[in-house]
Design a protein around this ligand. Structure first.
Ligand SMILES: [Zn+2]
Length: 71
């Protein structure tokens, strides 16, 4: 990993900007989290059981809701 990326990630962690949302994967009825990478405009994650990839765009001005469902 390039040194610049490591520095960027450390900075994000220090300022507490790394965000996540809770989501229910209805394919397997499992609750998990999607994380947003620094600088990204969407949350990404995978179902813990079937490993189905999921992308969820970040809403305008962010979103107050922390509960989502993936069908
Ligand atoms: Zn699943």
């Amino acid at each position: 990993m390039p040194r610049a990326d490591a520095t960027s990630m450390a900075s994000e962690t220090k300022t507490g900007k790394r965000r996540w949302i809770g989501i229910m994967f209805e394919c397997c009825a499992i609750y998990s989290r999607l994380y947003r990478a620094p600088g990204s405009t969407e949350y990404r994650g995978r179902c813990p059981r079937c490993l189905r990839a999921l992308h969820l765009p970040v809403g305008e001005g962010g979103t107050d809701s922390r509960q989502f469902r993936a069908k």
